[in-house]
Ligand binder design. Structure first.
Ligand SMILES: Cc1ncc(COP(=O)(O)O)c(C=O)c1O
Length: 394
């Protein structure tokens, strides 16, 4: 039967990583893959994670299954981190999932089960795995304008115009913070306008929050998600712990589904448990236990927050340095957007030819749509990148 299989399209970022590894040049710079790296190019295990793991290894007495939804303490801790007090607890159903990707997958399965006609609206552009999973599941989808290639800011007028065509029961996928791949984000008043429009249309939000703490701060980055969650009767939130806890390979995420009341929440929770059971049964526990240990221990939590804050400020400093360097080289403010963007990524607006030219001439590897990972830089490589950007004529 395998002879019927077709080649699947190669993952562009993984292919880029392969090219980078094969490049013998010492000066090469990897701005491709979406993983945080410090100034030494290392993706470190965070201090609080190491300590939490030490405690878990020392104290854990069983590896028996947890629950189908994962450990309830993980759900409580993550609901607190992401939603704060925005929504009454008895309206929130939650399941642990393998990473944020697992949470997105389960949210889409829930949507498909609840409403076969619902269309899912995606920002153009968005994280490529969104349309990939949606198409794989056969869910109808639409896109809304999001990015203005000229200003490198949000095309808000285009977004509002496109969302004007929402039908009742449609789902809008929104990036809670640190939009991937553009780095451009809605302002608080713009969020309010999107919420009002979606409510008027009877649409339902699906918020993907994968970078809480990488933008303006832990609470600041959750503000939009909390506002959305509080404003709607029904809402889905897929959160990832990969980036902010640096536990990428542990596959730790959570799906929260907010129902209109506590009665409905029970059915929603049962359905989420059912979907976990169909797809992978009990979710992975180790990363979730690490996260719960950190969030529930004041000392570990303070240390985690401090290290996350250093990480965030490091990326902001690199953004500012790059914007300043480009201002100096071009005598213009046209790269000011780099300091304004938030999160690990910025789309710099280079054409595919210019991206290829930077790779060939200067060993700078960024994704073909000119998304670059700011965390792939350090203070010494920033001037080299700035010079290459100018040389390529971006
Ligand atoms: C926008 C977005 N959502 C979700 C994820 C999911 O991450 P993970 O499955 O590694 O937790 C990512 C990771 O790159 C992302 O960029």
């Amino acid at each position: 039967m395998f002879e019927h299989l077709k080649e699947q399209p190669a993952d562009k970022i993984l292919a880029l990583m392969g090219e980078y590894r094969a490049d013998p040049r010492k000066e090469k710079i990897d701005l491709g893959v979406g993983v945080y790296r410090n100034a030494e190019g290392v993706t470190p295990v965070m201090r609080a994670v190491k300590e939490a793991e030490r405690r878990i290894v020392a104290d854990q007495e069983t590896k028996a299954y947890t629950g189908m939804a994962g450990d309830p303490a993980f759900s409580d801790a993550m609901i607190g981190l992401v939603l704060g007090e925005a929504v009454p607890r008895d309206r929130i159903a939650a399941v642990a999932t393998p990473g944020g990707t697992g949470a997105i997958r389960q949210s889409l399965e829930l949507i498909r089960l609840a409403s076969a006609d619902a269309r899912v609206w995606l920002s153009n552009p968005t994280w490529p795995n969104h349309p990939s999973i949606i198409n794989y599941l056969g869910i109808p989808s639409k896109t809304y304008r999001y990015f203005d290639e000229a200003t490198r800011d949000v095309d808000f007028a285009g977004m509002i115009e496109d969302l004007g065509a929402l039908a009742e029961g449609d789902v809008v996928l929104l990036h809670g913070c640190c939009h991937n791949p553009t780095g451009a984000n809605l302002t608080a008043p713009q969020w309010e306008e999107v919420i009002a429009l979606m409510k008027a249309k009877g649409a339902i939000p699906l918020v993907d929050i994968a970078y809480q703490g990488f933008g303006d701060g832990l609470d600041e980055d959750a503000q939009a998600t909390r506002r959305v969650a509080a404003a709607f009767d029904e809402c889905l939130i897929a959160a990832s712990c990969s980036k902010n806890f640096g536990i990428y390979r542990e596959r730790t995420g959570i799906l929260m589904a907010i129902s209109r009341d506590a009665e409905q929440q029970k059915v929603t929770q049962g359905t989420l448990n059912f979907l976990n059971r169909q797809n992978f049964s009990f979710p992975p526990d180790h990363g979730a236990r690490v996260v719960t240990t950190i969030l529930n221990d004041p000392e570990l939590r303070a240390d985690w927050e401090a290290e996350l804050e250093e990480t965030r400020n490091g990326m902001l400093a690199l953004r500012q340095q790059l914007a300043d360097e480009l201002k100096r080289l071009t005598n213009s403010d046209r790269f000011e957007f780099l300091a304004k963007h938030r999160g690990m990524f910025s789309r710099i607006g280079a054409s595919p030819d210019q991206v290829a030219a930077m790779r060939e001439a200067d060993g700078i590897y960024m994704v073909g749509d000119s998304r670059m990972n700011i965390a792939g830089l350090n203070s010494e490589t920033v001037p080299k990148l700035a010079a290459a950007i100018v040389k390529a004529g971006v």
